[in-house]
Design a protein around this ligand. Structure first.
Ligand code: NAG
Ligand code: NAG
Ligand code: NAG
Ligand code: NAG
Ligand code: NAG
Length: 413
């Protein structure tokens, strides 16, 4: 549920992993190119198996992973932590910087987050204050959420206790996450907070469509974040983009099931920063409740701007609300309905978007009287209602801009 995204972000914490291998001359050269310095010999192994971790799915591997992180973090140059094939059960892993090294975590095994909630301070794997990080491999970060989803109260109450997010990056600069799978998180799968220059590529994120608050990737207060060639099917937003997000690039993403690709909810807290320059291109959204959404609270607590959005080349397949801007978001009627928005939505282009919807309302632009949405362009949008007894329509209020190349029933501006 994106309405608690900010809470989750603010609940972010710390942690660590791993081990050292013999570095080939070529790898050493590559490492030097990345880190700009020669690697030193770490004080101990970086392979968690060498540190005594047993991949039996039962023994606690937390201390070995923390030790590997410490060994890598205190060395210089590029250091590679290895999680070999096997099933490694752990509790909270607070992997803290600053580190002297650039760290690669090679994940070929499966990390299993214990169902014992007392084993977490806040989140599960929390990497904080690090420069130059890469997590890659064919392994899985398995939150084992099914063990605790019944304890999630956030569906019903606002000030709920937040279950551990699976992978949290706080204040991390230059990070690549590639190839891995994030499975069945207890809460969000990947939370990116105060990060710069992030690439998420060829990642799979997976949880049941009815699992609570299992957002795929949440971004907040971060800039230059790219998500490419990634498949996300979860119980909440596939991707949610919170306040303070700038230069976000999403392409080649398959989303569904889930709640779609959302900006917001904006305006929940005081002092939120603007959202600016978001591009979502070449994506497929299937069987979700929303497709492309921008939402802000009707009783916004801060004044901010959301501007410069390009949504282009998107295929919708049986999406309930494919295109939706909602400046009057008020889940469960928890807000004061003043009707006066403080979140300005400007410069939003929806271009070459086609496919089917599961309700007649293919386009919904629900903007505020006091602060109409400006510069909205609908260009070659062709979405058909995939049902009977009604026909495709656009429902638009207070949206200013233009429609180009749309059928009459969708050309609402
Ligand atoms: C991160 O990479 C940059 C560019 O290669 C390098 O200058 C810097 O020293 C690296 N930082 C660390 C902590 O290794
Ligand atoms: C954005 O991040 C990528 C790495 O994902 C980096 O190569 C690029 O230089 C960054 N761009 C800017 C403008 O910082
Ligand atoms: C479309 O989505 C609805 C609701 O999510 C679902 O019940 C229905 O089976 C889906 N139809 C198809 C053809 O996938
Ligand atoms: C809805 O989509 C499904 C699968 O694409 C198709 O088989 C079905 O005929 C469609 N229904 C309508 C009413 O268009
Ligand atoms: C068609 O759908 C619209 C929007 O969901 C709804 O308001 C209207 O009542 C529906 N009409 C019929 C005949 O079902």
């Amino acid at each position: 549920m994106a309405f608690i995204s900010n809470v989750a972000v603010k609940a972010a914490g710390v942690a660590a992993l791993l081990v050292v291998a013999v570095v080939s001359p070529a790898a050493r050269a590559a490492a030097v190119a990345v880190a700009g310095g020669a690697p030193s010999v770490p004080a101990g192994p970086l392979d968690i198996a060498q540190l005594g971790a047993k991949g039996d799915g039962k023994s606690d591997s937390t201390p070995m992973i923390l030790k590997a992180w410490k060994n890598a973090c205190e060395a210089t140059g590029v250091q590679k932590i290895v999680i070999p094939p096997g099933n490694y059960l752990t509790g909270g892993l607070e992997l803290k910087g600053p580190c002297k090294s650039s760290i690669i975590i090679r994940l070929d095994g499966n990390l299993l987050g214990t169902g014992d909630l007392s084993a977490y301070q806040r989140n599960w794997i929390e990497i904080e204050n690090v420069e130059n990080l890469s997590i890659n491999g064919h392994g899985t970060i398995d939150g084992q959420g099914a063990l605790v989803w019944s304890k999630n109260q956030c569906q019903h109450s606002y000030n709920c206790k937040i279950l551990p997010n699976s992978l949290v990056l706080d204040f991390v600069t230059n990070v690549q996450i590639r190839g891995i799978t994030l499975l069945n998180s207890k809460f969000f799968h990947l939370n990116i907070f105060e990060c710069k220059n992030v690439l998420i590529d060829k990642v799979t994120v997976k949880a049941p469509g009815d699992s609570p608050n299992t957002d795929g990737i949440h971004i907040g207060d971060s800039s230059n974040v790219t998500i490419s060639s990634t498949t996300i099917g979860v119980g909440d937003d596939c991707i949610s983009i919170g306040p303070g997000s700038k230069m976000i690039r999403i392409h080649g993403v398959k989303c569904g099931p889930g709640h779609g690709i959302s900006v917001g909810s904006l305006g929940r807290y005081k002092d939120e920063k603007d959202v600016e320059d978001v591009q979502v291109t070449g994506c497929t959204i299937a069987g979700t409740t929303n497709g492309l959404r921008i939402k802000s609270y009707e009783d916004s607590k801060s004044s901010l701007k959301a501007s410069k959005f390009l949504y282009e080349g998107i295929t919708m397949d049986n999406v309930s609300y494919p295109i939706i801007i909602d400046q009057k978001y008020c889940p469960n009627n928890i807000c004061v309905k003043s009707g006066a928005s403080k979140v300005a939505v400007n410069d939003v282009v929806f271009k070459n978007i086609h496919g089917t919807s599961n309700t007649p309302e293919a386009i919904t632009l629900n903007c505020a009287n006091n602060l109409p949405c400006q510069g909205v362009q609908l260009v070659n949008v062709d979405i058909k209602y995939n049902g009977s007894g009604n026909k495709t329509m656009a429902v638009c209020k207070n949206a200013i801009g233009k429609s180009i190349g749309l059928a009459k029933e969708l050309a609402c501006i």
